[in-house]
Design a binder for this molecule. Structure first.
Ligand code: ADP
Ligand code: MG
Ligand code: MG
Length: 207
């Protein structure tokens, strides 16, 4: 079971990891974008934590909706609205708390579909989708196999990390990096790297 506090802890830990990795994310974005991904997300996730503290959510769905809306409103650039849509859609799709792994996995998948639709991005386009979609698949497989929550989120975090690494040899088809054409090859996508951090944060707050 995944309760409201767990989802709040997820965003707090995400904010902490993003702050810690801010400069690395920005360096990745300097290579194939405009060098703002780390600062964009650092600002966005600290705003999320502030919103959650100011107005304590009553359910897991509310945590995700607050996070999504805050990221959409407060973060400039592509990634804020894209992550915002993931979480807002997850919030819509999440069943009443406490949330089961199956309910979470289904909502996560809907979140990924939302970003694919909004960003017109598919697997292999060198975006956050390359980390989020494998994580979603890992969660669904864990549900199918009857794996516990902890192992499921660890497998999802591993899949996201592998997915982020898989973007290195890709040529970007979406977002700013796509303007570079073949010169985008050879660099990890910053959004895929941050998505891997979000899954790492989830794995570290699940006991
Ligand atoms: P911006 O590119 O506007 O400066 P960020 O630097 O914060 O925004 O985020 C860049 C990341 O957003 C990329 O690394 C990529 O993962 C993701 N991204 C950009 N455009 C798209 C898109 N159309 N679909 C999915 N993800 C995208
Ligand atoms: Mg950028
Ligand atoms: Mg920008």
């Amino acid at each position: 079971m995944m309760d409201t506090d767990l989802f709040v802890a997820w965003f707090e830990e995400s904010a902490r990891l993003i702050r810690r990795e801010r400069d690395r994310l920005t360096r990745l974005d300097a290579a194939i974008g405009d060098a703002d991904h780390g600062t964009n997300l650092d600002r966005g996730f600290s705003e999320v934590c502030k919103a959650l503290a100011d107005d304590p959510p009553g359910s897991a769905a509310e945590v995700l909706t607050t996070a999504g809306v805050t990221l959409i409103r407060r973060v400039g650039g592509a990634a804020g609205p894209l992550y915002g849509s993931v979480f807002r859609q997850m919030g819509r799709a999440l069943p009443e708390s406490p949330v089961t792994l199956a309910g979470f996995a289904a909502a996560f998948e809907e979140g990924v579909v939302a970003v694919e639709r909004l960003g017109k991005a598919a697997l292999g386009d060198k975006t956050m989708v390359d980390a989020l979609a494998p994580a979603s698949r890992a969660l669904s497989l864990a549900v199918r196999d009857g794996v516990g929550v902890r192992q499921a989120v660890e497998q999802a975090a591993h899949a996201a990390r592998e997915g982020a690494k898989s973007t290195i040899p890709m040529q970007a088809k979406r977002g700013r990096a796509s303007y570079l054409g073949p010169r985008s090859i050879g660099h990890e996508d910053p959004g895929a790297a941050s998505a891997a951090l979000l899954l790492e944060a989830l794995a570290s707050v699940v006991e």
